[in-house]
Design a protein around this ligand. Structure first.
Ligand code: ZN
Length: 157
C-alpha cells in the first residue's frame, strides 16, 4: 500500500509541476472562477462546448499542489467527453474522496477514475478535500451559470 501511495504521490507532484491544459482558451463558451478561501486556491476554468461535448478546456491560477494537480487531472479527464460523462465522473470522484476515513474504497472504484485515482488518498485529510474538488466545482459552475460568453458560440442562445 505504501508503494501505491508513493506512486500516487509522484503522479500528483508531476501534474503540479507540469499541469495539463494550463492555459486560457481564446475561444470558449463557458467559464467560471473557483476559489477555496480555506487554502487560498484560486483558479479560472474555461471550456468550449461543441454541441454536448467538451471540445476544449483550460485553466489558470494558483494554489497548492493538490488543487493544481486535481485541476490538471480534471481537465485532461473531461476533455473530449460529453457533459453528462464529465458529471458522472465527478460524482464517482466526489463519492470516493468523500468516503469516510476507515470505510473501505475498492481498488476497482479507484482504478475506474484513471489518473484521478491518485487523489483518492485525500479523503484521509479532510482539510484537503476542498482543494481536490475545487476545479470540479468551477467546472460545474461554468456549465451551470454560463457566466460569460465571448465566442462565436454565443449566437446560439
Ligand atoms: Zn489547497
Amino acid at each position: 500500500m505504501s508503494e501505491l501511495n508513493e506512486l500516487y504521490q509522484q503522479v500528483i507532484l508531476e501534474h503540479n509541476k507540469t499541469p495539463r491544459n494550463f492555459r486560457k482558451l481564446e475561444l470558449f463558451t463557458h467559464d467560471a472562477d473557483g476559489y477555496n478561501p480555506l487554502c487560498g486556491d484560486h483558479y479560472h476554468v474555461w471550456l468550449k462546448l461543441d454541441g454536448d461535448t467538451i471540445a476544449d478546456i483550460g485553466f489558470q491560477g494558483n494554489g497548492c499542489a493538490i488543487s493544481k494537480s486535481s485541476a490538471s487531472m480534471m481537465t485532461s479527464s473531461v476533455k473530449g467527453r460529453t457533459v453528462a460523462e464529465a458529471k458522472e465522473l465527478f460524482e464517482q470522484f466526489h463519492s470516493v474522496i468523500m468516503t469516510k476515513i476507515g470505510d473501505p474504497v475498492s481498488e476497482e472504484r479507484i482504478e475506474a477514475l484513471g489518473s484521478l485515482g491518485a487523489l483518492a488518498g485525500v479523503r484521509e485529510f479532510p482539510a484537503r478535500i476542498k482543494c481536490a474538488s475545487l476545479a470540479w466545482h468551477a467546472l460545474n459552475a461554468a456549465l451551470t451559470n454560463n457566466q460569460s460568453t465571448i465566442s462565436t458560440e454565443s449566437a446560439k442562445d
